[in-house]
Design a protein around this ligand. Structure first.
Ligand SMILES: [Fe+2]
Length: 179
């Protein structure tokens, strides 16, 4: 949900960044994407552009700045609509995955592994990579680079993969916004 009150706010933590990251953030903050109130603020560094190949439309690489305010819900792991790379600028988080790549989602709750992501870390995720993030101790800034053909995204539950549009009806309001 877009929150116009957040659009022109310059957060104080920018003063703690190195000059290059602060410059990137300040530049990106001139081009707001829609913010997710209480969860994440987002701005464009490089906006989306599209090419059409046959019947498919592909998104050329786009870059958003994310200011992550709270952790994902960890009830069920989720995937994303496109391939992506995250580059951490400030703060950090633990990224949670299934312990084994091919394990069934019904045991995700019991078999998880997490990795600390901190500034200068770079993380690639395929579209079917399921994960969630838990902030380590502060608001986190990252560059989020996406590309490729868009797909539906959703949550991996004991009942199987569930489209994010249906998730809230089944499990209550818990959905992050990954668009
Ligand atoms: Fe995610």
């Amino acid at each position: 949900m877009k929150d116009p009150n957040l659009t022109h706010t310059i957060p104080s933590e920018l003063q703690s960044m190195n000059w290059l990251f602060r410059l990137i953030c300040t530049f990106a903050m001139k081009s707001p994407y829609f913010h997710l109130d209480g969860y994440m603020q987002r701005w464009w560094l490089v906006k989306e552009r599209w090419i059409k190949l046959g019947k498919w439309e592909y998104q050329l690489p786009a870059i958003r700045l994310h200011r992550i305010i709270r952790s994902d819900s960890d009830r069920h792991l989720h995937d994303h609509p496109r391939k992506s790379i995250s580059f951490i600028l400030y703060g950090g988080y633990f990224e949670v995955f299934p312990t084994f790549p091919n394990q069934k989602p019904e045991i995700d709750e019991y078999l998880r592994v997490s990795y600390l992501r901190k500034p200068f870390n770079c993380v690639y995720r395929n579209t079917n990579t399921r994960h969630c993030i838990k902030l380590s101790n502060s608001v986190t800034y990252s560059l989020f680079i996406t590309w490729g053909k868009r797909r539906e995204w959703g949550f991996y539950t004991p009942q199987g993969w569930i489209n994010h549009k249906d998730y809230n009806y089944i499990f209550g309001e818990d959905s992050n916004e990954n668009s």
